[in-house]
Design a binder for this molecule. Sequence first.
Ligand SMILES: *Cc1c(COP(=O)(O)O)cnc(C)c1O
Length: 453
Amino acid sequence: MLQRKITLQEAEIPTHWYNIMADMPNKPLPPLHPGTQQPIGPEDLAPLFPMELIKQEVSAEKWIEIPDEVRNLYSLWRPTPMFRAYNLEKALGTKSKIYYKYEGGSPAGSHKPNTAIPQAYYNRKEGVKKIATETGAGQWGSALSFACKLLGIECEVFMVRVSYDGKPYRKIMMNTWGATVHASPSNLTNAGRSILEKDANSPGSLGIAISEAVEVAATHDDTKYSLGSVLNHVLMHQTIIGLESLKQMEKAGDYPDIVVAPFGGGSNFAGIAFPFLQNNLTGGKKIRAIAVEPTSCPKLTRGVFRYDFGDTVGMTPLIPMYTLGHNFIPSPIHAGGLRYHGAGAIVSQLLKDDIIEAVAINQTECFDAGLLFSGAEGIIPAPEATHAIAEVIRQAKRADEEGISKTILFNLCGHGHFDLSAYEQYLSGKLVDYEVSQADINASLAELNTPAI
Ligand SMILES: *Cc1c(COP(=O)(O)O)cnc(C)c1O
């Protein structure tokens, strides 16, 4: 029988997260205060985050221990399986070997609980009663609702209006785990009201929803804020994916030439790629790590490297990042998790230093790839994950054209069971591509008055 599935025992769940900051040749520039534009210290972040997460955010320590209770909760769905995609290889007729790490088996259906659990854990440990957050496609909101429920704290979610209306099941999932969910922009915050005054029918955006959640946390003593991507500690929690993958690759007697993942703010990409990049930076290995973004929101391939806000209203610290400008509102593609204007500081610095690569792909090519994948391997991928699959197919074809064989690993970061309306549109031929025009990018960037780098 073909050995498709490469599994680990519970005891093999990693004991530490990997902090790539320790090995980076150039560390990211410091975040700046949104008002003074001076570097911020831990005390500036204290109203928003528990101290332990702030320490992790600025830490340069290479390994950070995973608390026992977190490892225990991880074991509800971890270690996650890795698969050799024999059927996909056959469907492509490729000589390359394709592996994928499957994160869709978590209770929320994506990689996001990998950071939601430790974030809820450290908040509870420091006596926080409630966490406020935003969600775009609903994946982060469901992951945090799940984590807060298990750890016994309240969760309040600002959900981008278009998703709130279009993805009712994600909302019900959050409610089932006990969370309160508001459509954003809402009239509950100054940030929401100021947007609604300009446009009562605003479809919302991730940036607006972030502004609302940050405002709630900043104005309530017992409430903190939580982010599902972008920040250093979030990327670090996700390295559990790549650390398991390293062990699984060893079991398979293989090592990837190329690691591929979709890119929204950078967390699932960092999660699978950073542990392999450690071996590039310190162990003489040479994998290529490729981040895949949508052509409708191409911050890595067409954005600028400068300081920008994480949100739309300008309340979060200024982060050194690749960005399309914090006012950029991407077209309504189905990979909701990839519709974010910026990127994390660490991944941005790594791209600047040519340690990672980026590519942008149209959504119809991605859904073509998703359909081919589900017909071969069975799993219906989240629209975000189809971006990785499309790039894997390009790489395998390129290798075949060159008459060589590559070993390719990608992150299947979630299933698409809540995205079936996107598949419905695709199947009925209604899905279109939205390649953003240079004029639109220029217009958004022209509004930026944040510090250049
Ligand atoms: C949130 C999400 C993403 C995008 O976020 P990253 O931080 O870039 O990983 C991609 N895929 C899925 C399934 C998601 O839930």
